[in-house]
Design a protein around this ligand. Structure first.
Ligand code: PLP
Length: 435
């Protein structure tokens, strides 16, 4: 063996704490507002939908949050995840750049989302919750929460965006396998769903609508809490195990990244990889360029407005200060279902506003070109979401070649695409269009 290309850690290296960038932002994060009073939301008002222990994390300013032992024990099923150097992709691109990726796709549900679903199920169980309600787009989040609920003996009730429910059956089957109940949203389970169905029985649904249904379900059903797979502060904290492990693995590799890329849906996974590196920018004078990559069809960071907006369509959530396309925006149906959200995590939005990160948007054809090139060189078929980051990395690697400069590039491969093969088939048959 000549060159080391795979950097692994042992089970004892699973982080013991999550990192909270809110402790280190040079300016504090604007708080969520009560939609009625426009005053900062009193934490107790969140108790209708979240357990107290997670609300504490949501508003915490402490830099580190202890990861409970039972959560670390479950993490050990797939963590620490590997960091790999994509030497074959480098060669195919004929680039002097070194390309590293942190791979989150070997988890039980196939993506990073279980990093937070396990934590949320744990804290809800501790708080006496019996049942969780949530929404899901293409099913990645719903299946991740279904998995976590099955381990902790919680009921899981999922509102799945109707178009995906009909066209993406496999993650629905995964949810059923893990014991969850799944409704196509809009559904007849909630008043809001019934109202929308009466207006249009063929309403395709959206994440914003499904969130509204899950929240209505939560407040109307005893012993039920709501769980969200991205966007919120505590979700961003939970994902930082990705970045903390990566820092150690980059040290193993003997390199420090120049540019770090992550795809952005609600932003939690991007936060998870990059916030520990942003800590280095703020506290250790590191010069990383950190780039959030999003679909051109749902460009909240690159074309949205930074303002207070609702997280859902029915206007039931607190107002969050975030880059948003407006809570009534229904994104065109692109294949990266996990990136179709109208807003962006307030913490990620704040990092962009403070100039700690930048953002780029890519069209789906470029994204799938990069995805297929990655699959044919590195072997892993990436989730269409993750492939957004690959498209940006490929562009940067080509730039390195043109400039004759070696740069170290790092990205997060957030999940595998083995349940998204129909999207690959469409692409290979020339049927994918930019919207
Ligand atoms: C959900 C999902 C994303 C988006 O994650 P956010 O944390 O909401 O930005 C990215 N990649 C994969 C594979 C996903 O399942």
């Amino acid at each position: 063996m000549s060159q080391q290309t795979r950097f692994t850690l042992s089970q004892s290296d699973i982080p013991k704490q999550w990192y909270n960038l809110n402790a280190d932002f040079p300016e504090p994060l604007p708080p969520p507002l009560h939609p009625g009073t426009k005053e900062p939301m009193p934490p107790a008002a969140l108790e209708a939908i979240f357990p107290k222990n997670l609300i504490e994390q949501e508003i915490s300013a402490a830099p580190w949050i202890e990861i409970p032992k039972p959560v670390r024990e479950i993490y050990a099923l797939w963590r620490p995840t590997p960091l790999l150097r994509a030497v074959r992709l480098e060669k195919a691109l004929n680039t002097p750049a070194h390309i590293y990726y942190k791979y989150e796709g070997a988890s039980p549900a196939g993506s990073h989302k279980v990093n937070t679903s396990v934590a949320q199920a744990f804290y809800n169980k501790e708080a006496g919750t019996k049942r969780l309600a949530t929404e899901t787009g293409a099913g990645q989040w719903g299946s991740s929460l279904a998995f976590a609920c099955s381990l902790f003996g919680l009921e899981c009730n999922v509102y799945m965006v109707k178009v995906s429910y009909d066209h993406k059956p496999y993650r629905r089957m995964l949810m059923h396998t893990w014991g969850a109940t799944v409704h196509a949203s809009p559904s007849d389970q909630t008043e809001y769903g019934r109202k929308l169905l009466a207006q249009d029985p063929h309403q395709p649904g959206s994440l914003g609508i499904a969130i509204s249904e899950a929240i209505e379900d939560t407040v109307k059903t005893p012993h039920t809490k709501y769980s969200l797979g991205s966007v919120l502060n505590h979700v961003c904290h939970h994902q930082t195990v990705i970045g903390e492990e990566t820092i150690k693995q980059m040290e193993q590799a003997g390199e420090d990244p120049d540019v770090i890329f992550g795809c952005c849906g609600g932003g939690s996974k991007f936060a998870g990889l990059t916030f520990p590196f942003i800590r280095g920018k703020i506290k250790a004078g590191k010069k990383y360029r950190i780039v959030g990559v999003e679909p051109s069809a749902c460009p909240s960071l690159t074309e949205g407005e930074l303002r207070y907006d609702f997280g859902d369509t029915a206007e039931t959530t607190p107002l969050l200060k975030m880059f948003t396309l407006g809570h009534n925006f229904i994104p065109p149906s692109i294949h990266a279902g996990g990136l179709r959200y109208h807003g962006m995590a307030p913490m990620v939005s704040h990092a962009l506003k403070l100039g700690l990160i930048e953002a780029e948007a890519y069209h789906q054809t470029k994204v799938f070109e990069a995805a297929v090139q990655f699959a044919r060189t590195e072997g892993i078929v990436p989730a269409p979401e993750s492939a957004h980051a690959i498209a940006a990395v490929v562009k940067e690697a080509v730039k390195c070649r043109e400039e004759g400069k070696k740069r170290v590039l790092l990205f997060n491969l957030s999940g595998h695409g083995l349940l998204d093969l129909s999207a690959y088939e469409s692409f290979l048959h020339g049927k994918i269009q930019d919207v």
